[in-house]
Design a protein around this ligand. Structure first.
Ligand code: NAD
Length: 546
């Protein structure tokens, strides 16, 4: 099936003013990528990578939307139209909520063993279909194939931990008085919703799908409109894993669909991961309609290089964390704070970073791919330019990067900018392959910089001193800390713990927090007097009334 021109709404042409309006044909993908796109379209019901529409998943069916408003999904390396996602209509959205509400009445009452069995089947299917999911991510999101497998793996780990749901849901019980027992059970909330960003098309839907479902809820997922394919494959795998119709539904769209989620009275909880603007809006709107809401948002993650660090390890870690995934990770190191003599490592840092290979994600040896869109590229390059205008120094410049064979890709090479804390490039999240370098005289100065920053997602220190590491860990006001570890994303036996401006809500994603978020406690006190038991032997003793 070749890509074909389909009518597009004027609204999206306007909204995507940086997009190339004339899309190249599918052949522009190159033979290997095109073969993968055709395979994906043939193998999976809900998604397409050959120009057809992505479907909604409603009540167990992959359904073509009747909307008039479609959003193009394009390959960021070539601008080829891969698929289009619908702005789900109100009646389709209502169908999703109705299906989830109906399914809840039975799913919430299924045995916990049935839900554990689903998790066991799902993790197996995810692993067996990793190539398809990773291929979809490379095509739609642009990251390298190895990184796309990592994207899935970090989500798969959440699915794996939910295989332990039989223990995670164990409640408490104690005899509080004679013949009187109090017990607490964890019960599901009802219909929940999950809204995902573009940068981890598999991992972030998988932060919520297995947690919400194994705890007995039903779920409506809204993937990013820029790369919906991985979520659609995951939805089909849930179905293959035996999930009954309606327990998981997928709707696509942008702000109107998100607002419908925030406002619907039948939806009890909303999980959001994405940028600050959307996160604040969703938190306020969702809370206003009485929902439980958790929002993971933007970041500015600092890595401190102490002069006693192992230079080789520190520089390689920093480069991987700053430029991997083209800097489009919420835990990417976007600021390096060079303390004292480590400032002399800057030329070596730039030298090593300049050697990274920027290329299309399926190409051999690619270290980082394109950024997500021409608009994102424009935004990132303008932030680099702002540093120059404000007196900063671009010491490694990735602007103007060309990749042979891919003239239309959204390329930006690794970029390093010497700056100060008052500059825009430091104050705003760049979300691209740009490392801002600050200088500090002492560890205390570095701590003061980090603690003054409004974000609190992640931070790292590189040092050979346990005492220095301990002081840093104790005093830094950031929720996820790495010591000689550049991207300290907690595995899902722990919970996500970004804080300050990077999080809104009370209960975090996955791990014990995930179980807490998707459940409510019911505490029951019951009195069953032993003497009321029937069939007792009559007492013939003299009554003494005590
Ligand atoms: P985004 O906020 O643009 O989009 C996220 C989701 O919200 C999408 O599904 C989108 O359709 C919807 N949305 C966008 N604008 C909206 C609006 N105004 N009102 C309502 N809904 C809206 O984010 P993105 O560009 O897809 O992702 C990148 C951002 O996500 C970065 O800021 C990054 O730091 C953040 N992120 C954070 C974490 C974390 O765990 N803290 C993880 C991944 C990404």
């Amino acid at each position: 099936m070749l890509s074909k021109k389909l009518p597009r709404s004027g609204r999206h042409l306007l909204r995507r003013s940086f997009a190339t309006v004339i899309k190249p044909p599918l052949s522009a993908l190159g033979a290997s990528a095109r073969a993968k796109a055709e395979q994906l379209s043939a193998d999976w019901k809900g998604t397409s990578a050959t120009g057809e529409n992505t479907k909604n998943f409603l009540g167990g069916e992959f359904v073509e939307s009747k909307t008039q408003s479609w959003i193009d999904v394009v390959d960021p390396a070539t601008q080829t139209l891969l698929t289009r996602v619908p702005e789900t209509t109100s009646s389709e959205f209502e169908q999703a909520v109705a299906a989830a509400s109906e399914a809840y009445t039975t799913w919430s009452r299924t045995s916990v063993l049935t839900r554990q069995r689903f998790a066991l089947e799902l993790q197996h299917l995810l692993r067996n279909n990793a190539d398809a999911i990773a291929n979809s991510i490379v095509l739609e999101q642009g990251k390298t194939l190895t990184d796309a497998h990592g994207d899935l793996l970090r989500g798969l780990q959440v699915a794996e931990t939910t295989c332990n749901i039989t223990s995670a849901l164990l409640g408490d019980t104690i005899e509080v008085s004679k013949d009187m027992d109090t017990s607490t059970r964890r019960l599901p909330l009802g219909v929940c919703a999950s809204i995902a960003p573009f940068n981890f098309p598999a991992m972030i839907p998988l932060w919520t799908i297995p947690m919400a479902l194994t705890t007995g809820n039903t779920l409506i997922v809204k993937p990013s409109e820029r790369d919906p394919g991985a979520a659609m494959i995951i939805a089909e795998l849930c179905q293959r894993a035996g999930l009954p119709a309606g327990v998981l539904n997928v709707v696509h769209g942008t702000v109107p669909t998100v607002n419908a989620i925030c406002d619907h009275p039948s939806i009890k909880a909303v999980s959001f991961v994405g940028g600050d603007r959307a996160g604040k809006h969703i938190y306020e709107r969702g809370r206003k309609s009485g929902k439980r809401v958790q929002c993971n948002m933007g970041a500015k993650n600092h890595a401190v290089l102490m002069p006693d660090a192992n230079m080789n390890h520190a520089l390689n870690s920093l480069i991987g964390a700053a430029f991997g995934a083209a800097g489009q990770r919420c835990m990417a190191v976007s600021v390096a704070v060079l303390v004292g003599n480590s400032q002399s490592w800057l030329p070596e840092l730039c030298e090593r970073a300049s050697k990274l290979s920027v290329n299309q994600g399926f190409e051999k040896g690619a270290d980082l791919g394109p950024v997500i869109s021409p608009a994102a590229k424009q935004r990132i390059t303008s932030l680099i330019a702002s540093a120059e205008e404000q007196g900063g120094k671009v010491v490694l410049d990735g602007r103007g990067k060309q990749v042979p064979g891919y003239p239309d890709g959204n390329w930006i090479g690794p970029t390093v900018v010497e700056a100060t804390v008052d500059m825009r490039c430091y104050r705003e999240e760049i979300f691209g392959p740009v490392l801002v370098v600050l200088k500090a005289d002492t560890l205390d100065d570095a701590l003061a910089i980090i603690n003054s920053n409004p974000y609190g997602n992640g931070t790292a220190i590189f040092t050979q001193s346990g005492a220095t590491a301990r002081k840093f860990e104790r005093e830094v006001e950031v929720g996820q800390v790495g010591i000689n570890v550049p991207i300290p994303v907690p595995l899902p036996m722990f919970s996500w713990s970004g804080n300050k401006g990077s999080f809104l809500g009370d209960v975090p994603f996955y791990g014990r927090g995930g179980v807490d978020f998707y459940t409510q406690n019911k505490t029951t006190t019951a009195l069953w007097r032993a003497e009321d038991a029937i069939g007792n032997k009559a007492s013939v003793d003299m009554p003494t009334h005590h």
